[in-house]
Design a protein around this ligand. Structure first.
Ligand code: NAG
Ligand code: NAG
Ligand code: NAG
Ligand code: NAG
Ligand code: NAG
Ligand code: NAG
Length: 537
């Protein structure tokens, strides 16, 4: 009997809960909308708010040539309320868009996709608006950051974006170097061992800075330099800063090129006058060789959130080799710089064959096998014990050196690819960092790998968004039951808005991304114990 009573009261309890969630919440539609509006207001007062930086336009072109989107400041209000009442839109589906016609668009289209109709100049009176269901935009351009109004016309509560400000601090070579040297200086004020792993950029001279520029031209005027040049071949490469990638803007400083540079800077007399972002960087002339060719590998990583900072690095890597066999005295640029763009000029119009020819592997395991075979290493777990930790800690330092530029916000994220070279003594150097790396579909293997890559990124975006959605949703429902004071509401909101995976949304075990930074964790645990607590800034 008591059991039955218990059962009945339990049933009543559940019924009440169900009734509350399904009727009351509907009756309180206006309150729900109001709470959501308050939350969106909090995101713009406490977090990323682009209104301070950009003038918003009521209309923008998605990719400068295609659909025009009409923005409406009621959008977030509507979209978030819609998602509140349709949890499946967030918890079961993936609604994404892609602004460019590329492989990534094909891939996200296959997952779940909203096509934004291409209405052009007044032909049709209907206007393109952002779809209410949009949760995970995966755009090439960052128009959301620059042209919309956060929390009103886009970048709403229940959305995760794939761009953030500050990515140029990594992707522009001049900024990367500035940040690196500032970071190196900062580490000098800390225990000595903190600097141990911060050697991933070869000695560089920033020619736009008078002192470094003079030092460079003085050095190349010394006999020491002349002798080294005779004995070992080119000692420096020059690189252009800003958004120049894939081998463009890189010059090997052979005799002729060095003379040109000396002339341009009047043997150093023009230092301080020439403000071009030219970097003179020590040329690493002991590369590890694959069948006589220099190789480089690209590691993808994502900053999954900046509130708190969370980053993942990909376990798979694109390994490519240079077009021409390596010889330190070779006057062929393509013997020293293995970049797709450079390779392309070498074999005109043969993009496809070229890619097949210079693409070596998709997995670093291949490199390990090779090194084992060549007896350069003995440890069969070299990748796990040595190379991955080395790569991961380098990416951690790259992020540490630039993190102060990132807006703190869980709706922001970014996708990067960093190119490394491996030396004969198995050290690694960062060649460049790309934001928004291009995903090619030149060969079938590449399509398969890139599809997996994009799906893995989206899975992570989705898992964090769903976790946040569940937390915010429960905060909304509890606020409906008992109104808390504004301070408590704000405090609870700030906590719920913080990105963190809830146990019900784990990342699948076959996802090839590995977490390398998670500031939800304390001290060195936040960096997988690769960076010691005393060295964290
Ligand atoms: C959109 O329309 C313009 C003009 O008709 C056309 O040039 C463009 O290719 C279209 N874009 C897409 C994605 O269909
Ligand atoms: C914005 O959207 C709302 C709701 O759909 C609509 O009533 C309003 O007219 C729109 N405003 C503009 C300027 O298009
Ligand atoms: C958003 O919803 C709230 C609550 O219904 C309403 O007061 C407010 O005017 C709406 N804001 C916009 C920009 O539509
Ligand atoms: C324009 O919008 C109306 C109403 O939403 C719709 O019925 C019609 O099919 C749309 N026209 C085009 C060309 O999409
Ligand atoms: C280069 O070296 C020569 C001889 O050592 C010296 O006379 C000259 O001033 C130097 N030039 C510069 C720019 O340092
Ligand atoms: C240097 O990097 C290695 C991984 O390559 C890591 O195990 C070690 O703790 C790092 N040392 C310091 C002082 O950060």
């Amino acid at each position: 009997m008591t059991q039955q009573i218990l059962l009945v009261s339990l049933c009543i309890l559940f019924l009440q809960k169900w009734l509350f969630e399904n009727t009351l919440v509907y009756k309180q539609y206006d309150q729900v909308k109001d709470i959501i509006k308050q939350m969106n207001t909090l995101t713009t007062t406490n977090f990323f708010n682009n209104r301070d930086y950009y003038t918003s336009k009521r209309l923008y072109r998605f990719d400068l040539s295609k659909s025009q989107i009409y923005l409406n400041d009621s959008y977030c209000n509507q979209s978030d309320t819609f998602k509140f009442y349709h949890p499946d839109v967030v918890l079961k589906d993936i609604h994404t868009t892609r602004d460019t016609d590329d492989l990534t668009q094909e891939i996200v289209q296959s997952i779940s996709f909203i096509k934004i109709t291409n209405y052009t100049e007044g032909k049709i009176r209907n206007k393109s608006v952002l779809p209410e269901a949009l949760t995970i935009p995966f755009n090439y351009y960052d128009s959301y950051l620059t042209k919309t109004t956060t929390g009103l016309s886009a970048m709403c509560l229940f959305q995760k974006h794939n761009h953030m400000r500050g990515r140029q601090q990594l992707a522009y070579k001049n900024e990367l170097l500035n940040n690196y040297y500032l970071y190196v200086d900062k580490l000098k004020t800390m225990p000595e061992f903190c600097s141990t792993n911060v050697t991933y950029i070869p000695k560089s001279y920033r020619l736009w800075l008078k002192d470094e520029c003079s030092a460079f031209f003085e050095f190349i005027n010394t006999t020491e330099y002349q002798q080294k040049f005779q004995k070992q071949g080119p000692q420096f490469i020059s690189k252009l800063g800003l958004e120049v990638h894939r081998g463009a803007g890189i010059t090997m400083l052979f005799q002729k090129e060095t003379q040109q540079l000396i002339k341009e800077y009047q043997n150093g007399q023009n230092c301080g006058l020439n403000s071009k972002y030219i970097i003179a960087q020590k040329y690493i002339n002991n590369p590890y060789l694959f069948k006589g060719h220099k190789i480089e590998f690209r590691i993808y990583f994502i900053i999954a959130s900046t509130y708190p900072l969370i980053a993942y690095a990909y376990d798979s890597s694109l390994i490519r080799r240079c077009a021409t066999p390596f010889d330190k005295f070779s006057l062929e640029k393509s013997s020293h710089v293995c970049n797709t763009a450079i390779v392309k000029t070498k074999i005109e119009g043969q993009d496809l064959d070229e890619d097949k020819q210079f693409f070596i592997e998709w997995k670093l395991d291949y490199l390990q096998e090779l090194l084992l075979k060549q007896k350069k290493i003995k440890n069969k777990k070299w990748l796990e014990d040595y190379l991955y930790p080395k790569i991961h800690t380098t990416i951690q330092h790259l992020i540490m050196s630039t993190q102060h530029f990132f807006d703190k916000d869980s709706k922001l994220s970014e996708f990067f690819g960093v190119d490394f070279m491996l030396t004969d003594d198995l050290q690694i150097y960062v060649l460049e960092v790309n934001s928004n790396p291009q995903l090619l579909k030149t060969i079938p293997e590449r399509i398969v790998q890139n599809t997996k890559l994009v799906k893995d990124i989206v899975e992570i975006q989705v898992a964090y968004l769903r976790s946040k959605y569940v937390r915010l949703r429960s905060l909304i429902t509890s606020s409906l039951q008992s109104k808390s004071n504004p301070q408590k509401f704000e405090k609870d909101f700030n906590e719920a808005y913080k990105d963190k995976l809830e146990p019900e949304f784990p990342i699948s075990s076959n996802n090839l991304f590995r977490k390398i930074i998670d500031k939800n964790l304390k001290d060195s645990k936040a960096y997988n114990d690769l960076i010691q607590t005393k060295c964290i800034i």
